[in-house]
Write a protein of this length. Structure first.
Length: 71
């Protein structure tokens, strides 16, 4: 298993989906294969998931266990 970490300066009005697209494109330009993207739940949004689906990017989002939650 190999992990790669990418960081980017984020300004107050930056769109998270645009930032994620930029990071993925930058990785691909540097010949880094992002086979699975792990996303922290605070960064997760519908616009990001839609953008990643459009890019055919597999992703995994962590979940927070809540007492009383049922399937």
């Amino acid at each position: 298993m190999r992990a790669q970490l990418a960081c980017q300066h984020v300004k107050a009005l930056d769109d998270n989906a645009d930032l994620m697209t930029f990071l993925l494109n930058d990785a691909r330009l540097n010949e880094i294969d992002v086979s699975l993207l792990f996303m922290y739940r605070v960064f997760f949004s519908t616009s990001i998931v839609l953008r990643l689906n459009k890019l055919n990017q597999p992703l995994l989002i962590d979940a927070l266990y809540q007492e009383g939650a049922h399937n």
